[in-house]
Write a protein that binds this ligand. Structure first.
Ligand code: ADP
Length: 166
């Protein structure tokens, strides 16, 4: 039987926002062990490489002992199967998130019914935070320091200084 004390929280995290970090910290408090699974998806164009995203998350979350930040190239259900994880957590913001997440949960359930998807509602402070919007704001030099951890703000400003666009 799978270990119910272990959960996973998958995402793209391009880049991690305060909304992600809030969900991850709350999730880590609920389970004995939490895998934060960074999607290494060649079909998705990301601003940050998978190693950059892993590095940022590991540094930001280094004070939490029961979190393991890993990357994964395949389906999340295959990660769950291989690591005996029976709970997948997803953060949800508005209703629009919910319909997408609900469909995803239905699909994953068909493929691997042993994995339960549980939703964690966002903290109201982070209701409108979205990685894509933050990248756009950063690209135009807006102040994003309240939306992302300081390390991410710094990496975003470096990116746009050196690369100019996403
Ligand atoms: P994906 O590409 O898999 O949607 P994301 O990196 O965008 O990955 O998000 C990972 C998880 O974090 C998802 O469950 C998403 O709904 C959740 N999430 C993203 N932003 C927030 C936020 N501001 N508050 C709470 N959850 C969030």
């Amino acid at each position: 039987m799978n270990d119910v004390r272990t959960a996973m929280l998958p995402g793209t995290f391009d880049p991690p926002t305060n909304g992600h970090i809030n969900i991850i910290r709350r999730a880590a408090g609920l389970y004995g062990k939490l895998y934060v699974v960074v999607a290494d998806n060649i079909y998705k164009k990301c601003l940050f490489s998978v190693d950059e995203r892993l590095g940022m998350l590991r540094e930001i979350l280094s004070d939490i002992g029961n979190i393991e930040v890993v990357s994964w190239q395949g389906l999340v259900v295959d990660f769950a199967r291989e690591h005996s994880v029976s709970v997948m957590l997803r953060g949800v913001r508005a209703l629009a998130d919910f319909s997408y997440e609900f469909e995803l949960a239905m699909t994953n359930r068909q493929i691997y019914p042993e994995l339960e998807t549980l939703f964690i509602p966002t903290d109201p402070n982070y209701f409108i935070l979205r990685s894509s919007a933050i990248k756009e704001l950063a690209m135009f030099g807006a102040d994003i320091t309240k939306m992302v951890p300081p390390l991410v703000a710094q990496r975003l400003s470096q990116k746009y200084k050196t690369e100019g666009e996403c």
